[in-house]
Design a protein around this ligand. Structure first.
Ligand code: ADP
Length: 667
């Protein structure tokens, strides 16, 4: 317990040292308490919604986080410059950095979070596990000692048995973990894990844990004040994960009986009490198939998934954090009963069909449907550019219903209605997960995404939605040309040619499909030839914002499509799918053809490893280069066997999407 925090201290202006949806969400609660807000932002976020929302905003540097959001001094300077008295760190970035918290406190400001000593004590998995054991909290059996020589680690590993999990003590966010399945992999895995942990976190300490098969991830929300009071706000289940990172979370968990729930909540508060926890925090556990639970770690900050607790418990966790930071006592000490059921999805710029690779783009719109019980915590708006510098999460959508089934139905509708053209996202994937029978039955575990990968994969878009999309895209273009036409030429309809009944041709590519269509415009109506059929479109209309097309087919069938044109690309929402149609140019531009045997960057990023040299012989699937983009590593592999003829990439180089990286001369 920190006595200095127990002294009441009022503040009027809060600086939020974060970006995106969480910065916005925190500022809303500040406003609700009557406080002023200061945003700090990087060059890449100049026009972001959170910057516009803040009462004041200070630019703190270039796009890379290490030049802006991770620079303590720049953030402290911004606080001084604006007269902010308190700093809320959000999640990620500096939120669990004890040195940052200390620097904030040392400069006479209030850190909205736990005391630096508590962050430090819980920051490393090894030390946190020791504290948990001391508080009588069950931990995953394994090796958790300070001795770190490979012989000691290897002996401990053999004692634990396989499969086992090697974790970097300083790791986080799913980074620094690896499964070892047999003794033969052990020595190599330990050495690599140590050097990777050293490189990534500046601390090579490892812990070893028995690998729990198909566990559930259950965590307990805690709150502590500076007067020694600690309470919990029940659990959240976060078992739906990809790459060890959560994508769907809910409260309550269907896996817990009342007594198990009580035991886990008691374990979490016992640990929090033993370390003098102050502010909001989360104690994470895994629950095995037999119903035994084990401590994983404590996150000394607000979690991404905190809204499901807010909706079921009727509290605003940010407001509670701010009150605690003012030195106030917890307003209640017993958890309010959780009512109804809440589910959150993390809406991300990523492509589930490409191993969830992050995607980039500019959003043509972000439109949501107002639904009772649905909360949208979004960090993007129309015109937002989503780049490579930060996490791929665009926002969260949270639904609260009387029952779990209600929450699922509401959330699926919210996803279905979300209109955000301009990039590929996991919107449809989340919709499919929520509709999967195993999800609906509550049969969850951390390998859900892998186990059901086949059923969760997107089917190729059916012919019908493709055709409807192509027709909509064409009508949009006809309308556009019509508008561009000078008034005195208006009589000459677009697509008009001197040959009667000769169709104007247009070809679109959509994923692997190619759709060709011919059209003929006659005054108000359009004839379209597609897939061997002729459609007579008696009437069509394009919305004023050019983001919707209505058209009437013969027989009065009226269709409505949302559309967004961006150069030669048209995004169309058709039967719940967002389809990207690229109009193929009539003539291939010179140089646009792919180099035979060439490998290109799948996305913009930085080359962090080059694993081959020119002249090397490679087999199909050999790793050639490693690209780091949006905090993840992507290995570029040989697509053909042969010799590396050219290598156009160097370590440290920043590359654009589609840049030619290597050329293989086939064997
Ligand atoms: P991080 O700090 O990187 O988030 P955690 O220790 O919190 O790492 O674990 C993240 C996820 O990894 C868990 O939610 C769970 O899915 C999985 N995991 C962690 N420890 C184990 C274990 N011993 N056995 C099986 N899965 C585990």
């Amino acid at each position: 317990m920190s006595s200095s925090q127990a002294v009441p201290r009022s503040f009027h202006k809060v600086l939020v040292a974060n970006r995106g949806e969480i910065a916005l969400r925190i500022m809303r609660s500040c406003r609700d308490l009557g406080l002023s807000t200061v945003a700090v932002y990087s060059d890449a976020d100049r026009d972001a919604p959170f910057v516009r929302f803040a009462d004041e905003a200070v630019c703190i540097g270039a796009a890379p986080a290490r030049e802006s959001y991770l620079v303590t001094n720049k953030i402290l300077d911004a606080a001084r410059q604006t007269g902010a008295e308190a700093i809320h760190p959000g999640y990620g970035f500096l939120s669990e950095n004890a040195d940052f918290a200390e620097a904030v406190v040392d400069s006479g400001l209030i850190f909205v979070g736990p005391p630096p000593s508590v962050i430090r004590a819980l920051g490393k998995k090894r030390e946190a596990k020791e504290l948990a054991m001391a508080a009588g909290v069950p931990v995953v059996p394994g090796y958790n000692e300070p001795a770190q020589d490979v012989a000691t680690l290897a002996a401990a590993a053999i004692h634990i048995g396989f499969p086992l999990l090697v974790k970097a003590s300083a790791g986080g966010g799913g980074k620094g973990m690896r499964i070892v399945r047999s003794e033969s992999e052990l020595a190599d895995a330990l050495e690599r894990a140590q050097s990777e942990a050293m490189a990534a976190f500046g601390d090579g300490t490892l812990i070893l844990e028995r690998y729990i098969e198909r566990p559930r991830h259950i965590e307990i929300q805690i709150l502590g004040d500076a007067h020694g009071n600690v309470m919990h706000l029940w659990e959240r289940e976060c078992s739906i994960q990809r790459r060890h990172q959560k994508i769907i979370e809910e409260a309550p968990s269907v896996a817990l009986s009342a007594s198990l729930r009580e035991q886990m909540a008691q374990a979490a508060t016992a640990l929090a009490r033993s370390v003098g926890y102050v502010s909001a925090g989360t104690v994470e556990f895994i629950l095995d198939q037999a119903g035994a639970f084990y401590f994983l770690e404590v996150n000394t900050r607000l979690q991404v998934e905190h809204p499901v607790t807010e909706l079921t418990c009727g509290v605003d966790l940010v407001i509670e954090q701010l009150r605690i930071a003012r030195g106030e006592r917890l307003r209640f000490l017993v958890a309010p009963p959780a009512t109804g059921h809440a589910i959150e999805v993390r809406w991300c710029a990523e492509d589930p069909s490409q191993q969830f690779l992050p995607t980039t783009g500019r959003l043509g719109a972000v439109q949501t449907e107002a639904l009772p019980g649905v909360r949208y915590d979004l960090g993007v708006a129309a015109e937002s550019t989503v780049g490579i510098h930060y996490d791929s999460m665009l926002g969260k959508i949270i639904a609260h219903g009387a029952t779990r089934a209600d929450a699922i139905a509401l959330l699926r509708r919210a996803l279905q209605q979300l209109w955000a053209p301009g990039l590929v996202s996991n919107r449809e994937y989340l919709h499919r997960v929520l509709g999967h029978p195993a999800f609906v039955a509550g049969d969850l575990h951390t390998h859900f995404v892998d186990q059901h990968a086949g059923e969760l994969a997107a089917a190729a878009p059916g012919l019908d939605p493709l055709r409807v999309a192509a027709v909509a895209a064409t009508l949009l273009q006809i309308d556009q040309r019509r508008r561009r036409q000078p008034a005195d030429e208006i009589a000459i309809v677009p697509g008009w040619r001197n040959v009667r009944f000769s169709d104007q041709l247009v070809t679109y590519r959509c994923q692997d499909a190619s759709i060709e269509l011919g059209y003929l415009v006659r005054d108000r109506s359009v004839e379209i030839a597609i897939g061997g059929k002729r459609l007579h479109i008696a009437h069509f209309q394009v919305a004023a914002d050019r983001q919707a097309v209505w058209f009437e087919e013969a027989g009065g069938l009226r269709r409505h499509c949302r559309v967004f044109a961006d150069g030669a690309t048209v995004w169309v929402a058709s039967e719940g799918r967002l389809l990207r149609l690229d109009e193929t140019p009539r003539f291939v531009e010179p140089g646009a053809e792919a180099v035979q045997g060439g490998l290109t960057a799948p996305m913009p990023g930085k080359i962090i490893r080059v694993l081959v040299a020119e002249g090397a012989q490679v087999a199909v699937g050999d790793a050639l280069l490693v690209l780091e983009a949006m905090k993840m590593e992507h290995t570029i592999r040989a697509s053909t066997a042969g010799t590396i003829q050219a290598l156009h990439a160097a370590v440290g180089e920043q590359v654009d999407a589609a840049k030619l990286l290597a050329v293989i001369a086939p064997a």
